[in-house]
Design a protein around this ligand. Structure first.
Ligand SMILES: [Fe+2]
Length: 419
């Protein structure tokens, strides 16, 4: 009779240790959805100067969700004089139960303005939070980049995100290079990811790309990244059948293009996904007049392991990045922090005026690889086995300043592209 009891005690101890102990920043991981909004998430589905998209989760039977918001300067009148809008609601079907996703895009906002907001219903409002719209004239700004956050313990991801944000409280937004979670259709992992991200993702927007792991089911079959697109409401300006996971947006003087490298995983659903993106990317880059162009794609064009890597991805996108001179491309998948020399046509050039610098963003979660390898194209290479890492990008009038930091704050690398 004693053994089952002892087993239960040990089981609960292990669960508590796994879920709760890893970060001083984190609220407890929410297992199920309730009436009170959680997973409150900012993204930009539209113009960062005048809109703000806010998404959250509740139990499946909660309807009539609203957003109340006001300029923060009038905060003493909040919520009495707030604007109230009704959110859209969608069923969220997951492997651990049905839930609801609520989302609204606030429009007509003033640029470069701080707003206070809360979400929910008159019976169950969230606490108030804040966001800031983008300036209408390009100014210097910064953003954060996170490598793969897939983890056995998402508290580690939460600590990387929170320490990065605390060190850079003026960051306009953050980007993830894909593989946010290890099993994209396992909702328990999203619960843990959002729990780690609360306190930041409800204050500055996340603008992520998908990785191969967003296309895995718990049975290790391939799928479209449906839980990613259901919860992260991104611009719908991408190619047909890839909307919400392939997109572009502008912030300040930068045009961002966000691509999907999961040809193998998504082939059965969108057989021509690379061709579609190629046509779309060419048209997208033709029309932008922004000074800087920055791309994000999960699988690297120039890899950080033995062998040539994904030559299909390189062959599809490399010539377009060359033709329109994309300054920087951030990648994931290998969990290395590395940057190439400026590359043009696959060859090292001596100038970032001509070539593109490809940056492997490292890892923000627990997963590491021992078999990473510096290649001829690398100007800097580092395998972050000791600690997770994050990147900061400062966009100035004539320079992009990129820095890589360990989770604990130690500088790994700092470099500049001037134009
Ligand atoms: Fe990956």
């Amino acid at each position: 009779m004693r053994k089952p009891k002892l087993f239960l005690h040990i089981f609960f101890l292990v669960v508590v240790l796994l879920l709760g102990s890893s970060s001083i920043f984190l609220s407890p991981i929410t297992i199920g959805a309730g009436a009170v909004p959680d997973h409150i998430t900012l993204t930009w589905a539209d113009d960062p100067q005048t809109t703000q998209t806010i998404t959250w989760r509740t139990a499946a039977d909660e309807v009539g969700g609203q957003v109340q918001y006001a300029e923060a300067v009038n905060e003493r009148l909040f919520p009495e004089r707030a604007i109230t809008i009704t959110a859209g609601v969608e069923a969220l079907y997951t492997n651990i139960g049905d839930m609801a996703t609520h989302s609204a895009t606030l429009t007509g906002l003033k640029p470069e303005t701080r707003y206070v907001y809360r979400v929910g219903t008159p019976n169950s409002w969230s606490e108030s939070r804040y966001f800031v719209t983008a300036p209408s004239v390009p100014k210097a700004f910064s953003f954060l980049v996170f490598g793969d956050s897939q983890s056995v313990n998402y508290g580690v991801w939460g600590t990387t995100l929170h320490t990065a944000y605390q060190a850079n409280p003026n960051a306009a937004f953050f980007a993830n290079v894909g593989d946010l979670v290890d099993v994209g259709q396992d909702y328990a992992q999203w619960n843990a990811w959002f729990s780690g991200a609360q306190g930041v993702v409800d204050t500055i927007p996340v603008m992520p790309v998908t990785g191969n792991h967003e296309s895995y089911t718990p049975q290790r079959q391939f799928s479209m990244p449906v839980l990613f697109t259901a919860q992260l409401k991104l611009p719908l300006n991408g190619p047909d059948n890839l909307k919400g996971q392939v997109y572009s947006f502008d912030y300040g003087n930068v045009h961002f293009v966000m691509l999907d490298s999961q040809e193998g995983e998504q082939h059965a659903f969108v057989p021509d996904m690379l061709e579609r993106q190629k046509v779309w990317l060419e048209r997208d880059l033709q029309t932008t007049r922004k000074k800087w162009k920055i791309g994000f794609i999960h699988r690297p064009l120039y890899n950080n392991k033995d062998g040539e890597g994904d030559v299909n991805i390189r062959g599809t996108f490399g010539p377009i990045f060359d033709k329109y001179h994309v300054d920087l491309v951030f990648t994931g998948h290998d969990h290395a922090y590395a940057r190439t020399y400026p590359l043009y046509g696959g060859m090292i050039t001596d100038s970032s005026q001509k070539g593109t610098v490809y940056v492997a963003a490292g890892r923000s979660g627990t997963k590491t690889y021992r078999n990473l390898l510096a290649k001829d194209w690398h100007e800097f290479f580092y395998n972050p086995q000791d600690e997770p890492n994050y990147l900061t990008v400062e966009v100035e009038q004539t320079a992009l300043v990129v820095k890589a930091f360990k989770q604990s704050g130690a500088l790994i690398d700092s470099w500049v592209i001037s134009k």
